[in-house]
Write a protein that binds this ligand. Structure first.
Ligand SMILES: [Zn+2]
Length: 90
């Protein structure tokens, strides 16, 4: 899973979301790591290749890239959730 930004390829290193109802951040670290927030509005699973169940969330995933020996982080885009791989069918 990666994104291209400014001609640089950023790899996904954290699969996490913030529930906008209960304000809890949940993260899925492994394929079978299924988490649900306190209020039950959103769930996350599948690790880095995973999916998100529910719609009331902000993306807290993190992407990073190596340029030379420098690690750089992709900044958050709160208005940009067009990753194209979320399962929103639930
Ligand atoms: Zn919640």
């Amino acid at each position: 899973m990666f994104r291209i930004y400014g001609g640089v390829k950023y790899y996904k290193v954290r699969h996490a979301i913030l529930c906008k109802r209960c304000n809890e951040t949940i993260e899925s670290k492994e394929f079978h790591d299924f988490k649900t927030c306190s209020c039950g509005s959103v769930s996350i699973d599948g690790g880095l290749q995973g999916r998100i169940l529910g719609t009331c969330f902000e993306d807290r995933s993190m992407f990073c890239a190596f340029v030379g020996e420098k690690r750089i982080w992709l900044p958050f885009f709160n208005d940009d959730v067009s990753y194209g791989f979320y399962d929103r069918s639930h």
